[in-house]
Design a protein. Structure first.
Ligand code: SF4
Length: 330
């Protein structure tokens, strides 16, 4: 809770007083920490920046006007990559992956070459897709659905994500619950992700999960497996919003003050490879948004012959402070 109080105190004043934090890489040096890649366990595939929503916190600035989506040729290169690397988890994200017409091909192919296949959905895109064949495919391959649901409040959600999003999200959750998702013994996992409405830290995960479980069940009969809470990443649309409000430096200063060295070992960039819609590799999805290529070297997925990423450097920026504040991001 300390870091949350700190951020609220720092950002209460809308005028930035300028940065006092050292750059993230300098801070690692000061702390005597070396951040290197470990074994690559997760292959995250960003199917594009096209999205049906224009969320205020989106670190990728995704939206309906974005045209960047992964084409079939790149999807085939990604499938070949996973066949070589054999990651335990394949995590499909966007934008809204449902808006990429090649999503079913990717699911069919990846289902046979990974232990856990995950699809990230903003829920309203799943509802808008109105595609029973896609839903059947998710069930057939036991695809884990990870859904973003920032708040249990209609007006708060719609203010952050767009008018009508909350209603559609609830309808989509009911629909996938009816198919068995989130229900004990079904083997169909439904996880939720919640993030704060503004420049503050999320509530502790266990507390938020308890509240979401009760309210969703009591009001709509909705069940789910786990809830994850994440801080907003100071990139993309959220970065622009922070700067417009004069809160960017204050937010970063607070994240820096909350730096927790114990989070470094578990950072997602140590065990994940992120593949952008154009096939280029990143250490994580946030670096993709910041256009910081994997290890600061631009590499295309088609160039990789074998996986020898262990002990390689990880590209970092000041947005990394959001991953290491308090109990961490990942
Ligand atoms: S934002 Fe930085 S610390 Fe966080 S996962 Fe990416 S590279 Fe690692």
């Amino acid at each position: 809770m300390e870091i949350q109080k700190e951020i609220q105190k720092e950002t209460k004043n809308s005028q930035d007083t300028g940065p006092v934090f050292p750059d993230f890489d300098q801070n690692l040096k000061i702390q005597g920490i070396s951040l290197k890649r470990g074994k690559t366990l997760t292959c995250q595939i960003n199917l594009g920046l096209l999205c049906n929503q224009v969320c205020k916190h989106c670190h990728l600035s995704a939206g309906p006007d974005r045209r960047e989506i992964m084409d079939l040729n790149t999807i085939n290169q990604v499938i070949q990559f996973q066949k070589k690397i054999g990651c335990e988890v394949v995590d499909i994200t966007g934008g809204a992956p449902e808006m990429n017409p090649h999503l079913p091909v990717l699911i069919e192919e990846m289902a046979g070459v990974t232990n856990i296949l995950m699809l990230r959905s903003n829920l309203s895109a799943l509802y808008d897709a109105n595609d029973p064949a896609l839903l059947d495919l998710l069930v057939k391959h036991r695809v884990t659905i990870v859904s973003s649901l920032p708040s249990l409040n209609l007006s708060q959600t719609d203010a952050q994500r767009g008018e009508g999003v909350f209603d559609k999200s609830i309808k989509a959750l009911k629909q996938i619950n009816d198919m068995g998702y989130g229900k004990k013994g079904s083997g169909l996992v439904l996880d939720l992700v919640s993030n704060p409405a503004g420049a503050f830290m999320p509530a502790p995960q266990a507390t938020a999960e308890k509240r979401f479980r009760k309210v969703l069940k009591d009001k709509w009969g909705i069940v789910f497996n786990q809830l994850f809470t994440f801080a907003n990443m100071p990139l993309g649309r959220f970065e622009r919003w922070l700067k417009k409000k004069g809160n960017y430096d204050a937010y970063l200063n607070s994240l820096w003050k909350g730096f927790n060295p114990c989070t470094v070992d578990g950072l997602m960039c140590r065990h994940l490879i992120s593949i952008a819609w154009d096939g280029y590799l990143y250490d994580c999805d946030f670096n993709l948004a910041a256009r910081l290529p994997k290890g600061n070297l631009k590499t295309h997925v088609s160039e990789i012959e074998k996986i020898d990423f262990e002990n390689q450097n990880i590209a970092v920026g000041n947005h990394c402070y959001a991953c290491t504040a308090g109990s961490g991001f990942t």
